[in-house]
Design a protein around this ligand. Structure first.
Ligand code: CTP
Length: 398
């Protein structure tokens, strides 16, 4: 069993019959050396008592925002202490509340303030689990980086057969171990991520750009920070909020992005170029708004600098990861870019197809490390894709 001493796990228990299985999970965590803090909701206490968990963990069990007079901000201290939060069992109700940012008790408030990864082990009746509201909430939580330990099929407490039985404590424990190991995997590493589009201005009110929203780069930056990396996120114009623990640098044009990247990569271990950098820019920018009556303008375009390619030919360089946005011959074109730009990894990404590419929560993609690697596109969430990229990066860095 891996030694996880030094790590703190917050075990959140909500009101389902599987709450009794949380005792076994607490025992496994304690045995692995983890410090376990427990938060129980009111309904959880109808199934099992705080005494069970106080005895198993050796720590007081928190049950309310107001129960400890010595701690005026229990949700903040608990979320700061926790390297990881695991909610087991997670009822349909807690899943719905967390998915919607509701913070109406100690557990949901602590999750809203969480610093580390949140895992949830759903447990409920099959019809509740398959209800489209619950399915939508689970999908939204996954898209925001919550790790779901999927429930099993079988006989449920209510007598029904089907999916909804909480995963076994051993399986939840393994997921906690895996996520805790990931949480320090990039500790001490400096990661630079680019995101979003660039804008190439024609005049003060018109520009050439593309539909990139920055989603992929922002998710990558957030996931790298969760693995302990020091992350700089260089972003073109987007509507997104910077993930916690990430230093953000805003740029507008391809030239500004090139300058910011070259500065940020000094001393960096990894550069992930998820940005959709414009390939062309107007040779001249009109300082004043061009007027219609002057006729249709002839806009001369010149190439922008290929940032990755410039860095790829450098001698002392960090690990370089590119994204290949392709509409056809996706794998072949991506492999061409991997070689042509001197990269260590490339993400082949099918854009402009349903559910994949700009603005989508999912991508039809493959991560490729060499021309000879057998690669197959598969549909995955952007969070999964970010994790796959970071797994590969961590493996190369050793
Ligand atoms: N890229 C870059 N600098 C540019 C253009 C692209 O660093 N001026 C990076 C992108 O961030 C991406 C990779 O190169 O990681 C591939 O970008 P992509 O748009 O797929 O390909 P291009 O190299 O622009 O080639 P093409 O447009 O012909 O497909």
């Amino acid at each position: 069993m891996a030694d996880l001493s030094g790590k703190t796990v917050l075990l959140g228990i909500t009101g389902g019959i599987a709450a009794y299985k949380a005792a076994e999970l607490a025992r496994l965590l304690v045995k692995s050396g983890v410090t376990v803090k427990v938060v129980m909701t009111d309904s959880a206490q109808k199934f099992v008592t705080p005494v069970t968990f106080r005895t198993l963990t050796g720590n007081p069990v928190a049950t309310s925002m107001w129960s400890d007079p010595t701690s005026p901000f229990p949700h903040i201290s608990l979320s700061e202490e926790a390297d990881l939060i695991v909610v087991a069992p997670a009822t349909a109700n807690v899943i719905a509340r967390v998915a919607n940012g509701v913070a109406d008790d100690l557990l949901t408030t602590t999750i809203l303030a969480a610093r580390g990864t949140v895992l949830m082990a759903p447990a409920m009746n099959t019809r509740m689990y398959l209800n489209e509201k619950t399915a939508g909430n689970i999908k939204a939580l996954k898209a925001s980086g919550v790790v779901m330990v999927e429930p099993e099929e079988g006989q449920l407490a209510c007598g029904d057969e089907g999916v909804g039985r909480m995963a076994e404590p051993g399986e939840i424990f393994q997921a906690v171990q895996r996520e805790l190991a990931r949480s320090s995997e990039l500790a001490g590493r400096k990661v630079v991520v680019t995101a979003g589009p660039t804008r190439e201005y024609i005049d003060p009110v018109r520009f050439i750009s593309n539909p990139s929203t920055g989603k992929m780069g922002f998710i990558l930056a957030g996931r790298a920070a969760k693995r302990g990396a020091g992350v700089t996120l260089i972003s073109g114009p987007t509507e997104l909020y910077c993930p916690p623990g990430v230093a953000r640098v805003d740029v507008v044009t391809a030239a500004e992005m090139a300058g910011a990247v070259k500065k940020a990569v000094r001393g960096a271990d990894v550069l992930v170029m998820a940005a959709a950098v414009a390939d062309y820019t107007p040779a001249k920018v009109s300082p004043l708004k061009m007027k219609k009556h002057e006729g249709v303008p002839d806009i001369e375009l010149v190439s922008t600098e290929d940032i990755l390619k410039s860095l790829g030919v450098g001698k002392r360089r960090c690990l370089l990861v590119g994204f290949a946005a392709e509409t056809d011959n996706v794998i072949r074109n991506a492999k061409g870019k991997l070689e042509g730009k001197g990269l260590d990894l490339i993400v082949a990404n099918q854009v402009a197809s349903p559910g994949s590419g700009f603005g989508a929560d999912t991508d039809m993609a493959a991560v490729i490390g060499s021309r000879s690697e057998r690669a197959k596109l598969r549909m995955m969430s952007k969070v999964e894709l970010a994790d796959e990229v970071l797994d590969r990066v961590a493996a190369i860095l050793g």
